[in-house]
Design a binder for this molecule. Structure first.
Ligand code: C2E
Ligand code: CA
Ligand code: CA
Length: 697
């Protein structure tokens, strides 16, 4: 490209004339030997006035500059160089120099315009950065091609946290979506990618703003962020802020959690359970089963050990159930002492096995306040059958099964059967009717108690009946349980005490003095009102206290013997007598029972039939032992359920004082009692003889 120059003024053909860069050739002595015509734009003088002159004459301001130093270096080391050069009149040149045998070729390119452009851009970015830095949230500016062009201070701070969590923080030049969607779940990732791409492409209709809340795990705890992106009109860039909304989300989640969980145990509550059961039922392929656990005698635990201990025990029960169930099963608390286990994909047999396993896990005692507290549970099991679609349906089936488990004694497992649904409906009906004043439909039947030796009439036991408008006369077993659960039993017994004492007093004035026995439930016995209720009944009726016998079941006394003793002593001091009912059905020690201030022991029918089966010679040695032990303590014994002549013979041989049973008389309405008594009187006063004669005849 070097053209040899003959004369200072002749440049016949210049192939470099149209090049936009100024090209200059210097010889070794730094004289200008060639310039192209573009040089006029650099020095402001035409080529003719430059060629042949020393370079420093033409470019005096070159003296002492970096460019001068660099050109020397290029000449000495014969290595090309590129230098930026700023002229005193404020222009920028990119200068390229290379050495050849005769000197240097130097090319000047005017980059002033480009330089100004990038300076302006720089200034704009700096301004933008200052604005973004003022924002309280981590913010980035994303270019139209999706790359990050700017990040603010908050973003950089957040980046450190991101880095510590093992993810790659987004830096300038990175593809925004690639770095941002790390650590997001698939759904969030999709939504964010679509939203941001839409804004970048400018295809979003309406307000060009996109907002999305997402979860992001950058710490040990999960965090939540709100992404807000908006398009910067005109430049095609998008500003995206990320606000930490973890605190708000946590508040919302806490509220939601508390609405769906039980405060005491932290387990799902009733509402949540119904939801989970509903979801499980919706899955056609995995039929779930429900286990309904009802702790036995938990009220006694609460009453005797206090509510704090009770609460602690409930927590432990919850934990134990959680430990025992299979992965994927749900344990929840319905309230009070009732828990639920939702067993996924479980048929009746598997559910029953799980129930037995849970039951057995209770054999390890629970420890509260330093005391081992034995607990047991009655468990109802209902597996979802194809007809069951609704959560509350399955729950009420399991409930009905648990009810049956409880009714058959503590610590039992009972499987649901459709008959229980009917029973549950019946209980509900009873509860409703009792609340609506069915007490008016109650009647009392009386069953005589007679002396075994003479057959003389001793008294009657009052037995409650319900004259149901549709179902006829109902026995107490079919409604007393519900009355007890719904808290109706105490008012019923109060009414009964009034009715029976009034009746006994009336018979006495008619010349038929009968000792009246009234059954008292355990619930009423432990309530403080019993003594008062008895006093009121005696006062209102005028019946002497010794003509009233209160029958308490063995179990209601044995549950808390010390407390029972105090209660009994108070009753005794009011003059009434107390009988222990159904003896032989519980597990209490006879010695302990007989130590109580009681007047009578009523031996349960089951003991009589068992003795009858065992005793080949017709005498019941067990029966005899009980009777004589009671007698030495001044306690009279009554044989219940005397149905046959053999029974009567057996109780007589055993030395029982009194007998009661179908052989002698069935329970009868009040108006029949005087007629029955007069028949006995007419027959010589011996009801036993009359009964045997009637039977034989
Ligand atoms: P219980 O106190 O043991 O009453 C005796 C039950 O045995 C009565 O049943 C009676 O009809 C029945 N019975 C009498 N003799 C015989 C017999 O020879 N053979 C057989 N198989 N049964 C006989 P009922 O009237 O159905 O009462 C059942 C239970 O309901 C009572 O058992 C008692 O625990 C309870 N109950 C009855 N009335 C009341 C009441 O007013 N208050 C309370 N709290 N409970 C009551
Ligand atoms: Ca009784
Ligand atoms: Ca009884």
């Amino acid at each position: 490209m070097h053209t040899s120059v003959e004369g200072a003024t002749t440049v016949p053909v210049d192939p470099l004339a149209t090049v936009p860069d100024a090209v200059v050739h210097l010889d070794r002595g730094w004289h200008i030997t060639y310039v192209n015509s573009t040089v006029v734009t650099v020095v402001g003088r035409p080529a003719e006035r430059i060629v042949g002159r020393p370079a420093l004459d033409v470019f005096p301001h070159l003296q002492g500059t970096v460019l001068q130093r660099e050109l020397h270096a290029v000449a000495v080391h014969r290595r090309p160089a590129v230098v930026e050069y700023h002229t005193p009149d404020g222009r920028w040149f990119e200068v390229r120099a290379s050495a050849e045998d005769h000197g240097l070729v130097v090319v000047f390119r005017d980059v002033t315009a480009a330089r100004r452009r990038s300076d302006r851009q720089e200034a704009r970015l700096q301004h933008m950065a200052a604005v973004l830095d003022a924002l309280p949230s981590a913010t980035v500016l994303v270019d139209a091609d999706g790359r990050i062009v700017l990040v603010n201070r908050r973003w950089k701070l957040a980046s450190e946290v991101v880095q510590r969590s093992g993810l790659r923080p987004g830096r300038i030049g990175d593809d925004y979506l690639t770095v941002m969607t790390q650590g997001m779940d698939t759904d969030d990732r999709r939504v964010v990618a679509e939203g941001v791409r839409g804004l970048l492409a400018g295809t979003v209709a309406g307000a060009p703003v996109f907002t999305h809340d997402y979860a992001h795990q950058t710490r040990a705890e999960p965090g939540w962020f709100r992404l807000q992106a908006s398009r910067v009109e005109g430049v095609g860039q998008v500003v995206i802020t990320h606000t930490d909304i973890t605190a708000q989300v946590l508040v919302q989640e806490t509220l939601a959690w508390r609405a769906s969980h039980d405060d005491l145990t932290g387990l799902p509550n009733r509402a949540r359970l119904l939801h989970v059961i509903g979801a499980a039922l919706a899955d056609r392929h995995n039929r779930p089963a429900l286990l309904f656990l009802d702790l036995d005698g938990f009220k006694t635990v609460n009453d005797s050990l206090g509510h704090e201990v009770g609460d602690e025990l409930l927590r432990q029960v919850g934990n134990r159930l959680v430990e025992e169930v299979r992965p994927g099963d749900t344990v929840g608390r319905l309230g009070a002492d009732q828990f639920l286990v939702l067993a996924r994909d479980c048929d009746t047999a598997e559910a029953a096995a799980l129930a037995v396993q849970l039951q057995q896990s209770f054999s390890r005692p629970f420890v509260a306040a330093g005391l081992p507290v034995p607990l047991s549970a009655s468990i109802g099991v209902a597996a979802a059958t194809p007809g069951v679609h609704q959560a509350h349906q399955l729950l009420s089936d399991a409930d009905a099964a648990a009810y049956a488990a409880k009714a058959s004694g503590r610590d039992r497992v009972h499987l649901f059967s459709p008959g229980l649904r009917e029973a549950a409906r019946w209980r509900l009906d009873v509860a409703n009717r009792l609340r609506d004043g069915a007490v008016d439909q109650f009647v009392v039947h009386y069953q005589p108690l007679v002396r075994v030796d003479t057959g003389a009439i001793e008294g009657v036991e009052a037995l409650l009946r319900w004259q149901h408008p549709e179902r006829g006369l109902l026995a107490p077993d079919s409604f007393l349980g519900v009355a007890e659960e719904t808290g109706q039993l105490i008012p019923i017994t109060r009414w009964l005490l009034g009715e029976t004492t009034r009746q006994a007093a009336a018979w006495a004035t008619e010349g038929l003095p009968l000792r009246m026995s009234v059954n008292i439930s355990a619930r009423h016995f432990s309530a403080e009102t019993l003594v008062h209720d008895v006093r009121v009944a005696l006062r209102d009726s005028g019946l002497p206290p010794e003509d009233l016998v209160l029958e308490l079941t063995e179990t209601s006394v044995a549950e808390d013997p010390t407390r029972a003793e105090d209660q009994l002593a108070v009753l005794r001091s009011s003059g009434v007598r107390v009988a222990i009912d159904d003896f032989g059905t519980g597990w209490s020690s006879l010695a302990q029972l007989l130590a109580l201030p009681i007047a009578t022991l009523k031996i349960d029918r089951s003991l009589l039939t068992a003795a009858a089966r065992l005793a080949a010679d017709g005498t019941g040695p067990v029966l005899a032992a009980i009777v004589s032990l009671a007698r030495t303590l001044g306690i009279r014994s009554v044989a219940e359920g005397v149905e046959t002549a053999e029974h009567l013979e057996m109780v007589r041989a055993a030395g029982c004082d009194l007998a009661q049973g179908y052989l002698l008389a069935r329970p009868m309405p009040a108006e029949e009692v005087p007629r029955w008594a007069s028949r006995v009187r007419e027959a010589g006063g011996d009801s036993c003889a009359l009964a045997l004669r009637t039977r034989a005849g």
